[in-house]
Design a protein around this ligand. Structure first.
Ligand code: AKG
Length: 276
């Protein structure tokens, strides 16, 4: 059985080793990434949002299956959670975006709580980059972290992932059963993975446990992000946030590096920052 490499944030990590695992296997686990106090604050701030959210998807067909009938997906987190805003600009986390998507050239793609409930079936295995099927290329267009807010176990829905599948040819090749493993990890850990590695949420076979994960990724600045943050974080709220967060939430325009291409998302032919 393949497995993911594991690092422990409580001791010194050589981040070159982390990025080597990211490139080789498509993903890795950093255990205890989130300090206990921040983890507790995240849990407290997210609890009421999760409590009042519905399970399943409002969109029938493929999306009902993809989202999971027994899963809650909560977005718009930046408006509600100072703890999430703190984690969002953690330099160990944004280093992943800087390294793979170009420093400052990317958006927060989505930050969604994925709460897999009892009775959930396995999610369809997929590559995140297929959000944008016409934009895929050799280098990354999206990279993601799944932060474990509860322990992730085989029983409660730990992510299924095929290490090394980031190198497999084809749009979405078949995944032999013996090529996957489970991203089991203690609460506070992070699964970091790229847009090419094949993965999906696991089945929750427990009677009473919810697997709470925060799925938060970045995408290139020339792509439309999965989540529309500007409709969940008001202009007034964004004005009070640090510039880096404003940028990640898309309250900026995209200015391609080296003048390659045109600027995107302008306001009166000026950077969107002028509105803030
Ligand atoms: O929740 C998980 O473990 C993975 C979810 C996922 O990959 C997705 O919904 O795109």
């Amino acid at each position: 059985m393949p497995d993911l490499q594991r690092f422990d944030a409580r001791s010194d990590i050589d981040w070159d080793d982390v990025w080597a695992a990211f490139d080789n296997d498509g993903g890795l686990i950093v255990e205890h990434f989130i300090a206990p106090d921040l983890l507790e604050q995240l849990a407290n701030e997210f609890a009421p949002l999760i409590e009042r959210h519905r399970t399943g998807s409002t969109k029938e067909g493929f999306w009902t299956e993809f989202h999971g009938a027994h899963t809650k997906r909560v977005t718009g987190l930046a408006a509600h959670s100072p703890a999430w805003r703190e984690l969002l600009v953690d330099e160990r986390y944004t280093a992943m975006g800087d390294r793979y998507l170009g420093a400052g050239d990317y958006w927060l793609n989505t930050a969604q709580l994925i709460c897999i409930g009892p009775g959930e079936t396995p999610q369809i295995l997929h590559r995140d980059e297929l959000n944008w099927p016409h934009a895929t290329r050799d280098s990354e267009i999206t990279v993601t972290a799944i932060f474990a807010l509860t322990d992730f176990t085989e029983a409660n829905g730990a992510t299924v992932i095929a290490p090394g599948s980031n190198h497999w040819k084809g749009v979405l090749p078949d995944v032999p059963a013996d090529s996957t493993c489970r991203a089991t990890m203690p609460a506070g850990s992070a699964l970091l993975y790229n847009g090419k590695v094949i993965h999906g949420g696991g089945a929750n076979t427990t009677d009473d446990q919810w697997r709470l994960g925060l799925h938060a990724g970045f995408c290139c600045g020339w792509l439309r992000a999965e989540e529309n943050h500007q409709l969940t974080v008001s202009l007034e709220a964004a004005r009070l946030m640090p510039e880096r967060i404003q940028y990640l939430l898309g309250y900026r325009s995209y200015d391609p590096p080296h003048g390659l291409g045109g600027r995107l998302g302008l306001v009166h032919y000026d950077d969107a920052a002028s509105v803030l």
